[in-house]
Design a protein around this ligand. Structure first.
Ligand code: DGJ
Length: 735
């Protein structure tokens, strides 16, 4: 890994074993994008990549009309002058002009990777793991400076980027748009893959061939959202899971975002991601600076599985933090689907005791333990225990759970308040709301104005005191509504465009304070399931509740879709009761387990209601998971058959040293007298012999001949019926 700088030609080349990212200085003095992709040889002069030409209707620079920014590839494009494509940023001085002229002034190359104050970011543990290039630009007229940061990681085919604006001038300016990255590519022969959906059906891959014009996704909901995820893939038309070129673009941010691809009339492609410019306007006073969130570029020449695995490893090892990031996650039992809010200490202890008997390690008390909260119409915001339900308080219940030998976890939804709550009655101005207008409700609740110090302090004090008094081991941090009327009461008009971003900074701040007070606490983020499942959240909470849809068959799609961008170790997945509460589907406890194994496994049901046989099976599942979770949560994940395209789904994980693997396949609907079907495994050592329940096979056999996955009519290997599944353990027995 290195960053070469060629003084004479002012050429920067960031590279590691796999990728190169090359930046030159264009004739007008601003940085230009010369190359991003597979590693290329370093050289001093690449000025052949600068276009000089004269075309009809082209706007050129006054001293050289053959040079137009629109005909060139730029690193951080402004709007106006000679480029009228969508810009990456706009800095507006008091005279209202959108025109700027940011030119290269200097640069710095440093070992390691700097932190971004108050924002999540990929980090290094040792300086030699990354190098960082900072390119400083300045606009002479306003005195504003822009620093473009690029870090190249030694062990990942990844470039991280962010931007810092510094007002060194003598008047206030407004930042109206500040994308975290913009990447101009020379052609647009890509298929755009986004991950979209809604509550209960998160992260469905959607593909579009890029054509002239704009392709974009985003969120103006105040959270990254289940509607669109801030992660997209651009793949070449022939790229599949195991071969071909692709670029991943991920924004490490949990608020409003825009990810956009613009194909111009000459076929060039401009990709950008960052804070959504709508509803955003940041006042930058003299002497102040503003940092954008981080964005990641990941490149592969070896297919989508490889791209996903690079991100999985990066997120597990250098984005998630703390003691839990690579530790085996506790098998949990959550009472939500078992009791909803109707519980007493006695009833939850009964569920917990059965969990303990089954081998569960963490009992989680979900919504309903505070205020007057028997349904979702009241109580949110009143973070004081409900003594009618829990006479000995949270500390009393936690002690009983701890005495049983389990950890204890608790649900919070700090960002919200019900109008029917003591908190709202006392502080009606603590919510985001437009003055003198109706306040919309979502799930009968409003959003607290987290940007206010008094709100932050109230929540910090309440959470800190409950966590410390009761010795809580795990927190599920929920967020169950989208933000509407994003207005901060009491602040002046010119600051309202800062509210969405300030809100998410405040959420991050509260997380950060609790993490530093309780470094051993395990956080699981949740937003009605996966409505805030993004790389930003993984910096604070290494696991996310992937979806409120706990149906095993539906979960195949949700977990498969999620795996494109996020690791198995981050996916909250539980076995829930039958018929399933979201779909009414009946599915064996075996298949429910076989799906939930590929996540941070747990249960969400009253285990007392199971038959003896089912309970015995659950005990076996827990033994199985304890034995294999290090492999599942720390191994390399391979997608084998997509449930979006097939009646089957298959995936597998392989340990880093290839000594062990688990392959799973699922047949969704039963077929009568089915045709033959084999699946080829991946990632094994071709010349090693592996032991499986069905015999011993070389890795090369398993990966090329594959294994049979349908039920032959005369061999009853699998239970019959719909929603059938099997998990196969493979262990290397010889080289
Ligand atoms: C939404 C979450 O996704 C559920 O798991 C549960 O915690 C409920 N909120 C509680 O209100």
């Amino acid at each position: 890994m290195d960053i070469f700088f060629h003084e004479k030609t002012k050429l920067f080349h960031l590279c590691n074993d796999r990728i190169s990212y090359i930046i030159g200085i264009l004739p007008n003095g601003e940085p230009g994008q010369f190359y991003f992709g597979k590693r290329v040889h370093d050289r001093e002069d690449m000025s052949y990549l600068v276009n000089h030409e004269f075309r009809a209707m082209m706007v050129g620079t006054p001293d050289d009309e053959t040079f137009s920014l629109e005909m060139n590839r730029r690193e951080y494009p402004s709007f106006g002058t000679t480029d009228l494509r969508f810009p990456a940023f706009e800095v507006i001085p008091e005279n209202g002009s959108h025109v700027s002229a940011f030119r290269y002034v200097s640069h710095k190359i440093t070992e390691g990777k700097p932190k971004i104050a108050g924002l999540p970011a990929v980090y290094t543990e040792k300086d030699y793991e990354a190098k960082t290039l900072e390119i400083m630009l300045s606009d002479e007229l306003t005195g504003v400076g822009i620093s473009l940061f690029y870090s190249i990681m030694r062990d990942y085919p990844v470039i991280t980027r962010n931007v810092v604006f510094a007002n060194k001038g003598s008047e206030e300016v407004r930042i109206e748009r500040c994308m975290s990255l913009s990447l101009d590519l020379p052609d647009h022969d890509y298929t755009w893959m986004q991950f979209s959906g809604a509550w209960g059906r998160e992260k469905t891959p959607v593909e579009k061939k890029l054509e002239a014009g704009i392709t974009a996704i985003g969120s103006l909901r105040g959270h990254s959202s289940a509607n669109h995820n801030p992660f997209v893939i651009l793949k070449r038309p022939n790229t599949d899971e195991s071969a071909g070129e692709a670029i991943g673009v991920s924004l490490v941010y949990s608020g409003n975002f825009l990810t956009q691809a613009e194909v111009d009339t000459y076929g060039m492609l401009r990709v950008m991601t960052g804070i959504h410019p709508d509803r955003f306007s940041w006042r930058l006073k003299e002497g102040e600076s503003f940092e954008t969130p981080e964005a990641l570029l990941v490149w592969t020449g070896s297919g989508l599985n490889d791209l996903s695995q690079s991100l999985h490893r990066l997120y597990r090892k250098r984005l998630s933090r703390g003691i839990w990031k690579e530790k085996e996650r506790p098998i949990l039992l959550n009472n939500w689907e078992a009791t909803l809010m109707n519980f007493t200490e006695e009833s939850v202890l009964k569920i917990a005791e059965k969990g303990k008997e089954a081998g569960v390690e963490l009992f989680v008390l979900d919504d309903g333990w505070f205020g007057v909260r028997n349904d979702d119409f009241s109580g949110l915001g009143d973070w004081y225990v409900n003594k009618d339900k829990l006479p000995e308080g949270i500390a009393g219940l936690a002690k009983k759970i701890h005495d049983m030998g389990m950890k204890f976890g608790l649900w919070f939804e700090p960002e919200m308040v019900n109008p029917d709550s003591d908190l709202y009655r006392a502080h009606p101005d603590w919510v985001l709301a437009s003055p003198d207008r109706e306040r919309s409700l979502g799930r009968h609740q409003m959003v607290l104005d987290m940007t206010k110090d008094e709100v932050q302090e109230y929540l910090y004090e309440r959470m800190h005191s409950i966590i410390s008094e009761a010795g809580i081991d795990y927190v599920k941090w929920d967020m169950n509504r989208t933000i509407s009327e994003c207005y901060s009461i009491g602040r002046n008009a010119s600051e309202q465009g800062m509210t969405y971003h300030r809100y998410i900074l405040a959420v991050y701040r509260l997380y950060e304070r609790l993490i530093s007070d309780f470094p051993e606490l395990l956080f699981e983020s949740c937003s009605s399931g996966g409505s805030r499942y993004d790389a930003g959240m993984l910096y604070y909470a290494p696991q996310t509740w992937a979806s409120d849809d706990t149906d095993a068959v539906e979960r195949l799609k949700i977990q498969y879709g999620t795996s494109y961008g996020y690791p198995v170790s981050s996916m909250g997945a539980h076995v829930s009761e039958c018929p399933n509460q979201q779909t009414g589907r009946i599915c064996s406890v075996g298949t429910r387990g076989n799906v939930a194994f590929f996540g941070t496994f747990g249960y969400e049901m009253d285990l007392n209601k199971l038959t003896d046989d089912e309970f015995a099976e659950i005990k076996e599942q827990i033994v199985f998971m304890k034995e294999h979770r290090a492999l599942i949560q720390g191994g390399d994940f391979y997608r084998l058959i997509s449930p979006f395209e097939d009646n089957y789904c298959a995936w597998m994980v392989v340990s880093e040293d290839k000594s062990e693997a688990l392959a799973a396949y699922y047949r969704i609907l039963a077929e009568v007298n089915p045709g033959r079907r084999r699946v080829r495994l991946k990632g094994l050592d071709p010349d090693s012999l592996y032991r499986t329940d069905d015999g011993e096979f070389y890795g090369s056999e398993l990966m090329n001949i594959g294994i049979e996955i349908n039920e032959a009519p005369d061999v009853i290997k699998l239970p019959r019926g719909d929603f059938d599944s099997r998990v196969i353990h493979l262990e290397k027995i010889s080289k």
